[in-house]
Write a protein that binds this ligand. Structure first.
Ligand SMILES: Nc1ncnc2c1ncn2[C@@H]1O[C@H](COP(=O)(O)OP(=O)(O)OP(=O)(O)O)[C@@H](O)[C@H]1O
Ligand SMILES: [Mg+2]
Length: 502
């Protein structure tokens, strides 16, 4: 093969390599190999600029250890000088050059060999990306260094394009990875509570309050529709507090007949009334040092309200049939699905008690207002009931979609029960649309009118306002409201918002 064909073939091989992959290490190594395969190159290196250093990235004729030693300051040694100046350097005999550092130690017999050394910058526009350096390309002493140099410059410019592109891509990939990671934490939600799903902004607000108040003894009032997780959150507050090892005592104010409630709450002495055959401690006493959870507080009778008010205020009470005052250290958490404000204005709930309870209010949003949590809730319950029943049921995307369209009046509890039933009843491994209960499958997407609460009305008006401002561009309106386009789409459907509707 003549010299000309040798050159062409080398260039062709290298350009093929560069086109095949963006893996910089691979292509640089390949280019080195092509130079040694098709030309007479014994040793060659590619070094890349990294900050104020230039670092060997690929080499032929060097061991890995030697390669790892190749790291120069800009301006240091020949490679460093080329990197700094952007001009090539040719040394006909490196043994005679004091500037040759032989940093890698690859040339031990440096003084015996009359080795030439050619070093060209790898430039993109005016930026030095790195340095390509080789021993002679052509063994034939009659070939001038100029020929070597010209070929080397062409190769360097081919490499330059490729290196620039790879670095750019690598940078973009790094940025994407960083973005993915932040998105992931955002998706998971900043605040986490074990076994409670809630990455949606509304639940994140609740989680934040839980984290914030768990450490104090402040009274918490949890409101929200039935099945939204009030009890779950009450327990979270207790178990995340210093009282976690002390009792969590629950009392359902609606479930106990009024006549018995007082004895339940405060206990009684032996013989306090007919049938009181022994001393009995009430829930407040049992909860000492821990937490008392007064569930369904909205159902507490007017006659008992002052008594509860006193315990909350003074942390003291008497057992029925006793004069002795008992002091307790309890944290009070109350919950109700009822609208206490309305009960207060109706006169069926004492205003002073309401304010005593409402020190830290927490509102659990209905499931339909946090559809972002749907996928995770479904996965959570599916996993739970699959485990419980030793099954591996999955739910088809179609069925899941239909579930996100449903109104879920029973909220998370209804969802949980639905999934439990699906896991148990599912004939196949995958739950299809037709396996869903009729009411969930056949939603028209529009909630019954009477379900629009004043809160919903305010939300609806806010959305209409945002849509008007953004000329009905959903994505823009969503951004304005700080919600996702999917959420706004859901709400638009929920409230039946359309142009001309206000
Ligand atoms: N965010 C959630 N993540 C996981 N499970 C939840 C979540 N919210 C509720 N649940 C589950 O849903 C069911 C109902 O929750 P919980 O009993 O706390 O609701 P509630 O608001 O007290 O309802 P009710 O007003 O009917 O008493 C429970 O089994 C609970 O574990
Ligand atoms: Mg409850």
């Amino acid at each position: 093969m003549d010299r000309h064909s040798q050159q062409l073939i080398t260039l062709y091989e290298i350009s093929k390599l560069l086109g095949a992959s963006l893996d910089l290490n691979k292509t640089l190594k390949g280019a080195m190999k092509a130079l040694s395969d098709f030309l007479d190159m014994q040793r060659g290196t590619v070094a890349l600029v990294q900050g104020d250093e230039i670092v060997l990235k690929a080499a032929h004729g060097l061991t890995i250890e030697e390669l790892q030693l190749g790291r120069y300051k800009l301006g240091e040694g020949i490679i460093g000088q080329v990197a700094k100046s952007g001009y090539p350097i040719v040394l006909p005999n490196i043994g005679e050059e004091p500037v040759f550092l032989n940093r890698t130690g690859a040339r031990r017999d440096i003084n015996k060999d009359n080795i030439a050394f050619l070093c060209v910058p790898i430039m993109f526009k005016r930026e030095v990306l790195g340095v390509l350096s080789v021993d002679r390309l052509f063994a034939d002493a009659r070939v001038s260094f100029d020929t070597d140099l010209r070929l080397l410059k062409i190769i360097a410019s081919l490499l330059a394009q490729h290196i620039k592109l790879s670095l750019q891509v690598e940078k973009e990939v790094q940025e994407l990875i960083a973005e993915r990671d932040t998105l992931k934490t955002e998706l998971r939600g900043k605040y986490r509570i074990e076994n409670i799903i809630g990455k949606s902004p509304l639940m994140q607000e609740v989680f934040e309050s839980v984290h914030r108040v768990a450490g104090s003894r402040a009274t918490v009032l949890i409101t929200g529709e039935s099945g939204t997780g009030k009890e779950l959150i009450a327990k979270a507050v207790h178990y995340m507090s210093q009282r976690a090892r002390q009792p969590f005592i629950k009392l359902n104010c609606a479930a106990i007949p009024e006549g018995l409630l007082e004895a339940e709450l405060f206990g009684h002495e032996k013989g306090a009334f007919t049938g009181a055959s022994s001393l009995r401690r009430g829930r407040f006493e049992l909860a000492n040092k821990g937490t008392i959870f007064l569930d369904e507080i909205g159902d507490l009778s007017l006659s008992l309200q002052p008594k509860i008010l006193r315990v909350i205020q003074e942390r003291e009470f008497e057992r029925i049939g006793s004069e002795k005052t008992i002091k307790v250290d309890v944290r009070v958490i109350a919950a109700t699905a009822k609208d206490l404000v309305r009960l207060v204005s109706d006169g069926s709930f004492r205003e002073d008690l309401y304010y005593r309870l409402n020190v830290v209010p927490m509102f659990l949003p209905p499931l339909r207002q946090r559809m972002e949590d749907m996928d995770e809730l479904i996965a959570f319950f599916l996993n739970k009931y699959n485990k419980e029943n030793s099954k591996t049921v999955e739910i088809s995307a179609e069925a899941i979609y239909s579930m996100t369209e449903y109104w879920w009046p029973g909220n998370v509890r209804e969802l949980e029960n639905t999934i439990e039933r699906l896991v148990i009843m599912s004939p196949g491994r995958v739950v299809l649309l037709r396996d869903l209960p009729l009411n969930i499958r056949n939603v028209d997407g529009e909630p019954p009118e009477h379900r629009i609460t004043p809160l919903d009305q305010a939300e609806k008006e806010g959305i209409v306002e945002a849509l008007k401002t953004t000329d009905w561009v959903l994505a823009k309106a969503a951004k304005l409201l700080g919600i996702t386009p999917r959420q706004i789409g859901y709400k638009v459907k929920k409230y039946g918002i359309g142009r001309g509707v206000s």
